[in-house]
Design a binder for this molecule. Structure first.
Ligand code: PEP
Ligand code: CO
Length: 432
């Protein structure tokens, strides 16, 4: 089958040695965990839970450090507490983490000063440095992606089970955020959350039971050599699962209904996401639903729509209407990042915080008008103080972008912008 966006590996023997080693390695997740997540996503499709999926556009081997991983988890947990309160719903916490190492590119090559080299396809494929050696796809990187994912996931599991995620502690972090006067507009909501937690404490809530959280991993299933090598047959059910992550999604550039990515993911039993951009037709969405979820299993299929703030109110309704009319169970999630990328006057690839939020607002409006369920939010974020997305209460402008622009691929919300987004989305959910 045609498989779009695959690297041209120069040494196929080396590739086969690597995939054989991956096939013999332990799975990163278990089928039972993926099944639990499917149940949670089914609840989100009914409006009984809400998905928060966040992390880097592309993880980087060199940045898989304890500090960076901790900051990302901390940011997602802080957002989740605000959203839990705003939505009065359980929030499903999921990282674009522990495997987000491969990127689709619009061109196979990159040209700089007359020199043409293969495009950077993510740390699992090649290096970002613009030299022939670094840009040549190296299958050994698939092994490093596996081992780095394993160590990241190990830390995630330790954080989520070891007391780090204690609700009272996460709430204290949010109080720290509120001491900055830039965020005064969130004081009302923050104060309500504070009172709710004190009420729970006074009423004898079992906070010890709230010391642990479930945290799921996800990435774009782009490199079929890697995903296939990590697929295992579940000993209980006899069914195949892609054990590289709990949740796998198919990107906007690889979602052909008769392409290799859709075929591969139709055969594994994890919950699956598909990105839908503004040119998606209702026929395409229905064909994809039919390929990935022919039995109509709730929670199996998530459509992650990324239309752009200017288009979401126009192009999302016909898709949602047709899919709903066919009674296909789908969890609708909003990615307000990928339809809103532009180059700043000084040349940075950026996004505008207000525009990003406007797509989320449009997403909620569409679902409210149609009587359907907005099931979650998919964002590119980091826990660090970078300056990659313009706007927010700290008003990062074009000049400000140069201060700490670190991403190798798409611009990410920084820690503060992520929390602001959570407060604003919490307000939107309450109005829905
Ligand atoms: C991404 O999620 O980083 C991405 C490339 O998204 P999309 O496939 O929606 O363009
Ligand atoms: Co991206």
């Amino acid at each position: 089958m045609p498989a779009a966006q695959q690297p041209t590996w120069p040494d196929l023997e080396a590739l086969h040695r690597v995939t054989a080693e991956l096939q013999a390695s332990p799975p990163l997740v278990f089928a039972g965990e993926a099944d639990r997540l499917r149940g949670h996503l089914a609840a989100a499709s009914r409006g009984e839970a809400f998905l928060l999926q966040g992390g880097d556009c592309a993880e980087i081997f060199a940045e898989a450090t304890a500090d960076r991983i901790r900051n990302k988890i901390k940011t997602i947990l802080q957002m989740a507490i605000v959203l839990t309160y705003g939505a009065s719903l359980p929030i499903i916490k999921m990282g674009r983490m522990a495997g987000q190492y491969a990127k689709p590119r619009s061109s196979d090559d990159e040209v700089r000063d007359g020199l043409t080299l293969p495009a950077y396809r993510g740390d699992a494929v090649n290096g970002h440095d613009f030299t022939l050696q670094s840009r040549t796809p190296d299958p050994e990187r698939l092994l490093r992606a596996y081992h780095t994912s394993a160590s990241t996931l190990n830390l995630i599991r330790a954080f989520s089970a070891g007391g780090f995620a204690d609700m009272r502690r996460v709430h204290e972090w949010n109080r720290g955020f509120m001491t900055n006067p830039a965020y005064a507009r969130y004081e009302l909501l923050a104060g309500e959350i504070d009172r709710a937690i004190r009420f729970m404490a006074a009423a004898g809530a079992d906070f010890d039971a709230l010391r642990t959280v479930e945290f799921f991993s996800s990435h774009e299933a782009l490199l079929l050599d890697y995903e296939r090598a990590l697929t295992r047959i579940d000993s209980r059910s006899g069914l195949p699962y892609d054990c590289s992550a709990h949740f796998l999604w198919i990107g906007e550039r690889t979602r052909e209904a008769d392409g290799a990515h859709v075929d591969f993911l139709s055969r594994v039993h994890n919950p699956i996401g598909i990105k839908l951009g503004p040119t998606t037709t209702a026929e395409q969405a229905l064909a994809l639903a039919d390929r990935i979820n022919p039995d109509g299993i709730p929670g199996r299929l998530t459509f992650i729509t990324r239309m752009g703030a200017g288009l979401v109110r126009e192009v999302l309704p016909p898709l949602v209407e047709r899919v709903t009319a066919e009674a296909i169970p789908v969890t609708w999630v909003c990615d307000p990042m990928h339809g809103n990328t532009f180059a700043s006057p000084s040349g940075y690839k950026t996004r505008d915080f207000g525009v990003v939020l406007d797509e989320v607002r449009g997403f909620f409006e569409v679902h409210r008008e149609l009587g359907t369920v907005p099931g979650g939010l998919h964002v590119e974020l980091t826990g660090d103080d970078v300056t990659e997305v313009m706007g927010g209460s700290e008003e990062i402008d074009d000049l400000g972008l140069s201060r700490r622009y670190e991403t190798l691929v798409d611009p990410r919300l920084n820690h503060q912008q992520s929390l602001e987004m959570a407060f604003q989305v919490a307000e939107m959910i309450r109005e829905r």
